[in-house]
Ligand binder design. Structure first.
Ligand SMILES: [Zn+2]
Ligand SMILES: [Zn+2]
Length: 368
């Protein structure tokens, strides 16, 4: 092994339901073509919280396992000429096979053999060959890792917005102001839309306002609030040109369909629990000609566009990533996420000492 890289590293290991432990484990072994990356920053994500509370993830994580999947860092071992040692990179959490029916149809997000990687809540992470080839990008100089690590979730939001093709001047409703709802709202603003954001938590809406949402509605959706939203914010009370659901419950999916105008588009972006069903009024679909989309995951193209949005600050990453914390504090951070007291995203920084906290302004200048 490379002399600068130790034999063991600090990593968070998921053992099962609500059981995460900080341990010293061997630094991953590499196969030819793989990269070893020193993690500069890994971001918290709602999926990680779900995995922590449930203890596993059907497609991605069987315990005991390292986890965490949004990260950026520095290549420390490489036999790849594109990413030599010392290159700072961001990598997505998956890559398509390029060989299956859907890959050949140019729908790589539907790849039947998506390869997932995990293990970002650690000092080092290994990047499999396929991700190195498809979804690993060198960072522009000086881009802080805490910003770059937003690429993966933002790439999902970029795909969601491109799928519904938002036009300047359109009235767009974003339901849910969690991290993805906020990114979807920002990208809609950038596309020239007038964005209305609805969420029952005022602090989340405050972030939506920072990102340019024009109208903020602090409510949990109900039949009454659906009517009010349509009456107050849409021409002739007919509904929104486009509605984006970023909560992931059948109830909010239903409300999303109710809130779109005839001829409008709905993106049911938030994934619902397995086995749930949506019932749609056939009149709405046929006579109102509404279009329903449900965007999943990202593609190598949207991963690249996401990095551009972050690099030129059209998406101000540190408006979402509001805090830096130590890897030692990840178990505590997961509890704060669960209690709803955490900011939209937290940058977990392996080089930060236990107990330390950095503000967004300090993250800007923090070099790990
Ligand atoms: Zn994520
Ligand atoms: Zn494929």
């Amino acid at each position: 092994m490379n002399s600068a890289v130790p034999e063991t590293m600090l990593a968070c290991v998921l053992y099962g339901k609500e059981d995460v432990r900080l341990e010293n484990i061997p630094v991953p072994d590499l196969q030819p073509g793989e990269l070893l990356v020193r993690v500069e920053a890994a971001l918290t994500c709602g999926t990680d919280l779900k995995v922590f509370l449930r203890g596993y993830h059907e497609r991605m994580i069987q315990p005991p396992s390292v986890f965490g999947h949004e990260f950026a860092g520095e290549v420390v071992i490489s036999d790849n000429l594109r990413f030599p040692k010392g290159t700072r990179i961001v990598a997505a959490n998956s890559a398509p096979c390029r060989d299956c029916y859907f890959c050949k149809l140019d729908k790589p997000n539907l790849c039947r053999d998506l390869l997932f990687a995990n293990g970002a809540y650690a000092e080092y992470v290994k990047i499999p060959v396929r991700i190195v080839e498809e979804n690993c990008l060198a960072l522009p100089p000086d881009l802080p890792a805490a910003k770059a690590a937003l690429v993966e979730p933002l790439a999902c939001a970029v795909k969601g917005i491109e799928d519904v093709n938002i036009q300047p001047g359109e009235k767009v409703l974003v339901i849910g102001a969690g991290p993805l709802g906020l990114m979807l709202a920002r990208l809609s603003v950038l596309a020239g839309a007038e964005v209305t954001a609805v969420d029952d938590q005022a602090e989340r809406l405050a972030v939506a306002a920072e990102l340019g949402a024009a109208n903020l509605v602090a409510e949990r959706l109900s039949p009454q609030s659906v009517k009010r939203l349509r009456d107050d914010f849409t021409p002739h009370k007919l509904g929104f040109d486009c509605v984006i659901e970023a909560v992931g419950t059948v109830q909010t999916w239903n409300h999303a369909v109710e809130l779109v105008r005839p001829g409008g588009r709905v993106n049911l972006f938030g994934g619902c629990p397995r086995g749930t069903e949506l019932r749609v009024d056939t009149t709405r679909l046929h006579y109102d000609e509404i279009r329903i989309y449900a965007s999943f995951h990202h593609t190598p193209q949207t991963v690249r566009r996401a990095l551009e949005f972050i690099t030129d600050s059209r998406v101000p990453a540190l408006t979402l990533v509001k805090e830096g914390r130590s890897l030692h504090d990840l178990p505590k951070v997961l509890q704060e996420m669960r209690a709803g007291t955490a900011p939209p995203k937290i940058a977990v920084l392996p080089r930060l000492p236990a107990g330390a906290r950095l503000s967004a302004a300090e993250l800007e200048g923090f070099s790990a």
